[in-house]
Design a binder for this molecule. Structure first.
Ligand code: GTP
Ligand code: MG
Length: 370
């Protein structure tokens, strides 16, 4: 596709520039300025908003696209819920995660030392599974959100019983609300003498959280990451909410997911990928951002090699020539050729966008001099 700067598009649509930028923000563009570069495709959509019927030639599209949403999601198999733990500093997020992680290791046949991979799955005695995400780097989270990805199905909002609602509690609430992700409240540290559960509840209610005890539908669970008290109830609440949300995905077809983390380890370039649709297996060809890869192996959080990663699970993927970025979408390609073409095409798009941005910058500087 061709590219156009916001400034030039505003000119073409005959809208005053500062008003145009403001209207783009209202249309849902984040971090937009007059220097921002839009693809022809996006520009055409914007032009339509202004009542134009644009004809754009977006060229031969060699990109890889996600599949269209399923026609009848209710007929798909259930998948494990993906859960993110959020809350104020020191309220016990890591302690809760560690507790859950340990219980997941113990329940794994091979056991062993865990390694932090940004996500892990807990196998419950009922045979059900829950996938927890470590509170990921904000940047990656934001990138995924901007691309409309709801990586997480629900948020566990951790509030310390001895400290109650604090600024980052409200921050987390804001995030969950804007992403339209339902929450479960975990009142933590209830083992402490200074715990005051009722105060937490009324503080939450005062901040618009419609908790069950007050007639709402937000579940509240009292837990202790230290003693393990209430942890089974927390898992139970997660499953209850999952059932209500009816979380399903295709296990077949071209897989889709998101890069949660990416790093270079002695064993090679490794990315933790959360699979959202389809199933990834060794030998599959995938593209993440501008990087193509043939999956060499998949490992779970205990570093055990697995044959497949079905939807709702996170795995480490080995086999990258270059590390992908956290926040990149992962798409499976039907073959190596398609994967490489798409990666190459994206690289070219980026270079062209950079050239145009550079050109726009030079134009601006020139105008300023004149
Ligand atoms: P940040 O990552 O810094 O935001 O903190 P966090 O939310 O991950 O809290 P963390 O798990 O590190 O816990 C903070 C402190 O509270 C640690 O000293 C924990 O040992 C303690 N703590 C966490 N959970 C409990 C609990 O259930 N009971 C008691 N008594 N202490 C807890
Ligand atoms: Mg922590």
């Amino acid at each position: 596709p061709e590219f156009i700067s916001v400034a030039n598009l505003g000119l073409a649509l005959n809208v005053k520039l500062d008003i145009f930028v403001q209207q783009l923000e209202e249309l849902g563009f984040e971090d937009i300025s007059k220097e921002s570069i839009l693809t022809g495709e996006t520009a055409a959509l914007v032009a339509q908003e202004y009542g134009y019927e644009p004809t754009v030639d977006i060229g031969e599209d060699e990109d890889l696209k996600p599949r269209p949403p399923p026609e009848d999601p209710t007929s798909l198999p259930l998948r494990p819920p993906v859960v993110t733990i959020m809350g104020h500093v020191d309220h016990g997020k890591t302690t809760l995660l560690d507790y859950l992680r340990k219980s997941s290791i113990v329940s794994q046949e091979h056991g062993g030392i865990t390694q932090h991979i940004g996500a892990f799955s807990v196998n419950l005695s009922s045979g059900k599974q829950i996938t927890f995400l470590d509170t990921p780097g904000h940047a990656a989270f934001l990138t995924m959100r901007q691309r409309g990805a709801n990586v997480t199905d629900m948020v566990i909002l951790v509030v310390a019983a001895d400290d109650s609602v604090k600024p980052q509690t409200l921050e987390a609430l804001k995030h969950a609300r804007s992403a339209k992700v339902p929450i479960i409240v975990a009142i933590n540290k209830v083992d402490k003498d200074s715990a005051n559960v009722e105060r937490v509840k009324s503080d939450l209610a005062a901040n618009g959280v419609e908790i069950e005890d007050y007639g709402g539908d937000v579940q509240v669970v009292c837990v202790s990451g230290k003693t393990g008290q209430g942890m089974a109830d927390l898992e139970e609440s997660i499953l209850t909410l999952s059932e209500m949300l009816d979380i399903r995905a295709e296990t077949d077809g071209m897989a889709e997911g998101w890069v949660l983390e990416s790093s270079i380890k002695p064993i090679g370039r490794v990315a933790t990928v959360l699979v959202k649709r389809g199933t990834l297996r060794p030998g599959d060809h995938i593209v993440a951002g501008r990087v193509a890869a043939k999956i060499r192996s998949l490992r779970n959080e205990a570093r055990i090699e697995v044959d497949e990663a079905p939807p709702g699970t996170a795995v480490e993927i080995l086999g990258w020539k270059e590390p992908p970025d956290a926040g990149d979408q992962v798409l499976q390609a039907p073959n190596e050729d398609k994967a490489k073409t798409a990666a190459h095409y994206r690289q070219e798009l980026k270079e062209r966008a950079e050239n145009i941005a550079q050109q726009a910058e030079q134009d601006r500087e020139r105008r300023e001099k004149e």
